[in-house]
Ligand binder design. Structure first.
Ligand code: UD1
Length: 421
């Protein structure tokens, strides 16, 4: 196990490149199972979740080659198989590989997916989508099995109870090769879903409605391999910008436009940061102690993203006043709070609501990342804190951030990775 040692207090200055989104490349790699010939993905992030996805594809018999930021996949030799629970448990996105396999082979088995412990995280909507697509699904202690019962050439229409990102992606993958028309209502609208649709349409799919609540998918008989550039990671970009919010200084993220972070922009300006955006880059400069945000409340895209809430809380912990946070997507978004309090933060939590009373200073702490974004929040808080922080649970951070210690060292921060004692 590894840990990060962070010596806080250095303001951060410089530029950070933003690579492809974790939440795009995972469904894209799953979707490569639907394609004949080679799929090439460019601008890929180097993350442990991507390694897990590649390991799943190789286990299934796919040929996967990586070269720099390019991943080339050929799934022509894949035969129906179950994904071992070792990999299913590593990340929530693994359920997309189950959906893709069902779409291609008409049957399959899967154990329950893992992922960050953000609450209950049921999979009922994924199972609902499978049933709506004509599968009979059964569940036991080991997981799920599903088999296509009917493959009829007719129109299907179903509505998601909530706009789940993963269930929308599975709905798309299950319907692109199914004859007839499928309409998904109350679909999620995250940009990463738009990226999946762009890839599939280029490969020959007929999907309309990207970015809207209703998707219409006209089944096609086959998809052909193409080259696709993954959209930039808006959550990684937001995290790097917010580091200048806790540590001070001026950070520019390169390779992303403000349009992907639209919901995060007004609160950043409200906090008194100078936020400048240019084509392909965004810069955040801290000018004195931040002001509190007015209430920050998460909701599905285009709302304020749940994956940035913990990092905004780290900034609010230094603000000149109090901020109210509400997470309407997950029940357990606040696993970083006890460790922030060890560093001197004052935060009240009640269910999915947190009240952060800003402090002028925080201090180094012994902290443990319990999930990916909580880990990012603790790291941001530590970069602005006086003294040294020891942060364990780094494996969570590595799922979504590429060599995070190098990123912050290049900006003037002091972050060292070492084996845990
Ligand atoms: C995706 C992202 C994750 C992000 C989340 C919300 C990936 C790989 N992960 O996760 O980073 O935090 O979107 O933006 O893209 N739900 C159900 N039943 C289901 C499925 C979901 O009740 O079958 C609930 C969840 O518990 C949660 C809400 O729906 O409360 C949203 O979850 P969902 O959009 O499905 O998130 P993920 O796809 O898991």
């Amino acid at each position: 196990m590894e840990e990060l040692i962070i010596r806080g207090g250095n303001p951060l200055y410089g530029e950070v490149p933003v690579y492809g989104a974790k939440n795009s490349i995972l469904p894209l790699l799953a979707a490569s199972l639907l394609v004949k010939g080679e799929s090439t993905f460019e601008n890929c992030p180097r993350l442990s979740d991507v390694d897990t996805a590649i390991a799943i594809l190789r286990f299934l018999g796919a040929k996967v080659e990586t070269e720099g930021r390019k991943i080339t996949v050929c799934t022509d030799d894949v035969t129906a198989a179950d994904i071992p629970c070792l990999w299913m448990r590593k990340m929530r996105g693994s359920i997309l590989f189950f959906g893709a396999l069902l779409s291609r082979f008409g049957e399959g088995k899967s154990s329950r997916p893992g992922g960050c412990p953000l609450g209950e995280r049921p999979v009922d909507l994924h199972l609902f989508v499978m049933e709506q697509m004509g599968f009979s699904v059964s569940e036991d202690d080991n997981g799920f099995s599903a088999k296509r019962e009917e493959y009829c050439n007719k129109k299907r229409k179903f509505r998601l109870r909530i706009p789940s990102v993963g269930a929308t992606e599975n709905g798309i993958m299950l319907s692109v090769l199914t004859p007839g028309e499928t309409k998904i209502e109350n679909a999620a609208r995250e940009p990463e879903i738009g990226d999946l649709i762009a890839f599939l349409n280029k490969a020959g799919a007929k999907i309309t409605g990207a970015g809207s609540k209703t998707l219409k998918i006209e089944g096609v008989s086959s998809l052909k391999g193409i080259c696709h550039t993954v959209i930039p990671d808006r959550i990684a970009a937001g995290t790097y910008l917010l580091a200048a919010g806790t540590a001070g200084g001026s950070v520019t993220v390169k390779g992303i436009d403000e349009s992907l972070l639209r919901a995060a922009m007004p609160p950043l300006r409200e906090a008194g940061f100078l936020v400048e955006s240019f084509p392909g880059e965004i810069r955040l400069t801290r000018k004195g102690r931040p002001l509190p945000f007015s209430k920050l409340s998460t909701s599905p895209y285009p709302g304020f993203p749940t994956d940035l809430l913990p990092q905004f809380m780290a900034v609010a912990a230094y603000a000149h006043g109090t901020t109210l946070f509400v997470d309407n997507v997950f029940e357990n978004r606040f696993s970083h709070v006890p460790d922030l309090e060890k560093g001197g933060a004052e935060i009240d939590v009640a269910g999915n609501v947190a009240l952060v009373y800003g402090k002028e200073k925080l201090f180094g702490m012994h902290a443990q990342a319990k999930d990916l974004r909580a880990g990012a929040a603790l790291l941001l808080a530590a970069l602005g804190a006086q003294g040294e922080t020891v942060l364990t649970g780094v494996e969570h951070i590595d799922r979504g951030y590429e060599k995070i210690e190098d990123t912050f060292c290049a900006l003037g921060g002091e972050v060292l990775r070492r084996e845990s004692e």
